[in-house]
Design a protein around this ligand. Structure first.
Ligand code: F6P
Length: 365
C-alpha cells in the first residue's frame, strides 16, 4: 500500500475541505493508495504522540460544502521554526525538519500534498530541497499567489464582502452616513477592488494605490454636492496606506501584526478625514474573519476540486517540487519557486481598476 499525507497550513480558507475530499476520491480510484492527514499542519507529525487522521471515503463524505478544514491548521511555526518555550518563559525556534522527514519515512509516507499560501509553499520548497516528495496546492482568500490566476476561497471572500457592502448601503442611506468597510487581503487589494465594484462603492482604497486623504475627502464631498446624497460607502483593504505610508507586512514586522490589523486602517481613515475638516457622520465596519469562514461558493468548490484531483495526479506522475495552478482554462503544474517569487498584486493600470474608475469609484489617487 502506498501512502499520501495531506497537510493544510496557514490561515483557513473556504474550499480546503473540497480539496481534501477530491484528493481522497481520486486516490480511491487507484487500488494501492491510502490518504492520511496530519492534524494542524505539520504539528500532527511532530507532536508526541503523533496525531494523524485516516482520510477515507467515509471521513470526507459531503465535506466539500463545509468551511474550515477537517484536519485543522495553524500558522504558527512549522518544521523549520518549531516554537520551543525556554525555562525563563521566552520562546525560540528550532529546526525539526530532518527529524520530521525521518518520521515520515518511518510512517511509510510516499508523498506529501501541502495545501497552503505563500508561507506553506516556501516550506514545501525547502522540504523538497531536502529530498521530500512533495506537491503544493495554492490556497488563500487574498488571491496574492503568483503563478495561478485564482486561488480557491478568494471568490467566496469577495462574495461575503459584497454582501456586507449591500447591507451597509441601506443603513448608510437611511442615516446619511459615510460607512467604511475594512476587508482583508494583506498587502493585496484584490478583495477590496472586487467587492467595491460588485457592491457599487464610491471609494476603494488598496495598498497598490496609496491614497491622498484630501482626494478621498474631495471625492466623498463631490457625491454630496452633485447628487445631494448624504451617504457613501468606502471599501478599504487592510493593507491600504496613505501616500508615503508603510506596507502592512512591514508595519507588522515592526510593531506586531495584532497591532496593525482589524480596524486599524478604517479607524485611521475616519480620524484623518475628520482632522482635515470632513464633517459627515462616519462609522467603520471591520469584516475580519467572516471572510474566511463558512461554506465555499460553487466557484470555489469547483476550483478546489480541480486542484485536489490534479494534486493527486501529480503524485502519480512524480511531479514533486511543483504546485497545482489555474491558468484559464487549464489546471497546470508549476515549480514552487514560480509561486513564491513575487506576490501577485493589483496593477494600478489594469483593466479592473479602469472598470472601477469607469463607474466612478475613486481611489484617492
Ligand atoms: O492570508 C489570509 C488572511 O486572512 C489575510 O487576509 C489576513 O491579513 C490574515 O490572514 C489574518 O491572519 P490571522 O487569522 O492570523 O489574524
Amino acid at each position: 500500500m502506498k501512502r499520501v499525507l495531506v497537510v493544510t497550513g496557514g490561515g483557513d480558507c473556504p474550499g480546503l475541505n473540497a480539496v481534501i475530499r477530491a484528493i481522497v476520491k481520486r486516490a480511491a480510484q487507484e487500488k494501492d493508495w491510502e490518504v492520511i492527514g496530519s492534524v494542524q499542519s505539520y504539528d500532527g507529525i511532530l507532536r508526541e504522540p503523533t496525531e494523524i487522521m485516516i482520510l477515507d471515503d467515509k471521513a470526507v463524505a459531503g465535506i466539500h460544502v463545509d468551511g474550515g478544514t477537517i484536519i485543522g491548521t495553524t500558522n504558527k511555526g512549522g518544521p523549520f521554526a518549531w516554537p520551543v518555550k525556554n525555562q525563563d518563559g521566552t520562546w525560540e525556534s528550532v529546526d525539526r525538519s530532518d527529524e520530521m522527514i525521518r518520521k515520515l519515512q518511518y510512517m511509510g509516507v510516499d508523498a506529501v500534498i501541502s495545501i497552503g499560501g505563500d508561507g506553506s509553499q516556501r516550506i514545501s520548497q525547502q522540504l523538497f530541497e531536502k529530498g521530500l516528495n512533495i506537491i503544493g496546492v495554492p490556497k488563500t482568500i487574498d488571491n496574492d499567489l503568483s503563478a495561478t490566476d485564482f486561488t480557491f476561497g478568494f471568490q467566496t471572500a469577495v462574495h461575503t464582502a459584497t454582501e456586507a457592502v449591500d447591507k451597509l448601503v441601506t443603513t448608510a442611506a437611511s442615516h446619511n452616513r459615510v460607512l467604511v468597510l475594512e476587508v482583508m487581503g494583506r498587502n493585496a487589494g484584490w478583495i477590496a477592488l472586487n467587492a467595491a465594484i460588485a457592491g457599487g462603492a464610491e471609494v476603494c482604497l488598496i495598498p497598490e494605490i496609496p491614497y491622498d486623504i484630501e482626494a478621498v475627502a474631495k471625492k466623498l464631498q463631490s457625491r454630496y454636492n452633485s447628487r445631494g446624497k448624504g451617504n457613501a460607502i468606502v471599501v478599504i483593504a487592510e493593507g491600504a496606506m496613505p501616500k508615503g505610508g508603510t506596507l502592512l507586512s512591514e508595519k507588522s514586522d515592526e510593531i506586531g501584526y495584532e497591532n496593525v490589523r482589524l480596524g486599524g486602517v478604517a479607524r485611521k481613515l475616519v480620524n484623518d478625514l475628520k482632522s482635515i475638516g470632513f464633517e459627515a457622520d462616519m462609522r467603520e465596519t471591520v469584516l475580519g474573519h467572516l471572510q474566511r469562514g463558512g461554506s465555499p461558493i460553487a466557484y470555489d468548490r469547483i476550483l478546489a476540486t480541480q486542484f485536489g484531483v490534479k494534486a493527486f495526479e501529480m503524485v502519480l506522475e512524480g511531479k514533486f517540487g511543483e504546485m497545482a495552478a489555474y491558468r484559464h482554462p487549464d489546471i497546470i503544474s508549476v515549480p514552487f519557486k514560480d509561486a513564491i517569487d513575487n506576490p501577485k498584486l493589483v496593477d494600478p493600470t489594469c483593466d479592473l481598476v479602469k472598470t472601477a474608475k469607469g463607474v466612478g469609484i475613486g481611489f484617492g489617487d
